[in-house]
Ligand binder design. Structure first.
Ligand SMILES: [Zn+2]
Length: 312
């Protein structure tokens, strides 16, 4: 999970005369009277909403950072469930947070594995099957949920992390073991620690397939890190222009892993931060004084790469 600025809502959700506003009014009326069937929400599915979420999150799941671009459908996930809420004791409260059904800050793109309750079973002796997925879960502190009427969310302490509302990257650490990368709460305390733990559990952020997928990226990151370290050694021995160019290119390729559009960028940022100081310390004496971050300085020296030509 990385921090994303959600920005302004698409017009289709905020236009006072638009379909979303009309639907919100109708839903309030529906749930104010006596009702037996759930309201049917549709406005949040508008193409503009989907497009903005894809753009913002670069076709990655807001929770696990897997790509849903080519092979899976994207779920427009309601952070606070709109129709019903499943409680800690497996009870169901209806309706859900219906007044947030087309609220921009409540909408996130999710892969089916984070959003739906599913069993994950790799059929490996040492890997236990795991049932996870958010579905209608929305844990709050002490299961202390106000009756679900508009604005009730202001009186509860949520236990799930929101990628646009929490400083999520500071709350996790990653551990590599047996070809898998698991995530754990960082040394944070209090409500943030609780949120990190609950988010891992509810969303299945350590489901076995996801750990393997993370490991694939970690191996590539690590190989690039080794290339950068070799280039740094060459530059340390001989500060020629060509060695500096090589180092700049290697570091540039390394920091690409940290970009928000990259798979599992939170893991790569965590791994990079562990070695950043070491690289800075080695670089600093070799560069002009007052260069600020040596890495940024060197990466800024990298020649512009040629565009990749047509294939074949
Ligand atoms: Zn996901």
């Amino acid at each position: 999970m990385i921090r994303v600025k959600q920005g302004k809502a698409p017009r289709v959700l905020t236009d006072a005369e638009g379909a979303a506003a009309k639907e919100r009014r109708e839903a309030r009326e529906h749930y104010t009277g006596s009702w037996s069937k759930s309201f049917k929400f549709d406005a949040y599915r508008h193409g503009d909403v989907k497009h903005r979420l894809n753009e913002l999150f670069h076709y990655k799941c807001a929770y696990c950072e897997s790509s849903y671009l080519a092979t899976t459908s994207m779920d427009i996930e309601h952070f606070r469930p709109k129709l019903a809420v499943v409680t800690e004791n497996n009870g169901t409260i209806k309706p859900g947070y219906y007044w947030l059904a087309s609220e921009w800050s409540n909408l996130l793109p999710s892969c089916p594995d984070c959003n739906r309750k599913r069993t994950h079973d790799l059929r490996q002796e040492d890997v236990e099957p795991l049932i996870s997925g958010k579905a209608n879960l929305f844990p709050v502190k002490n299961d202390n949920r106000a009756s679900l009427t508009p604005d009730a969310e202001r009186n509860e302490t949520r236990l799930l992390l929101h990628p646009a509302q929490d400083n999520v990257e500071a709350l996790f650490k990653f551990k590599v073991a047996a070809k898998a990368v698991a995530m754990h709460p960082s040394r944070t305390r209090g409500i943030n620690k609780e949120r990190a733990e609950v988010s891992i559990e509810v969303l299945g952020l350590n489901r076995p397939e996801l750990q393997l997928a993370r490991n694939e990226v970690y191996l590539r990151f690590h190989a690039q890190l080794n290339s950068a370290k070799r280039a740094l050694r060459r530059f340390t021995l001989d500060q020629s222009a060509i060695n500096q160019d090589d180092l700049a290119l290697e570091l540039k390729d390394l920091v690409k892993f940290l970009n928000e559009d990259q798979l599992y960028a939170s893991m790569c940022r965590y791994a990079f931060n562990l070695i950043r100081q070491q690289i800075e310390d080695q670089l600093k004496p070799l560069l002009p004084a007052h260069t600020g971050s040596s890495i940024d300085f060197v990466v800024g020296q990298a020649p512009v790469e040629d565009d990749v030509g047509p294939l074949g």
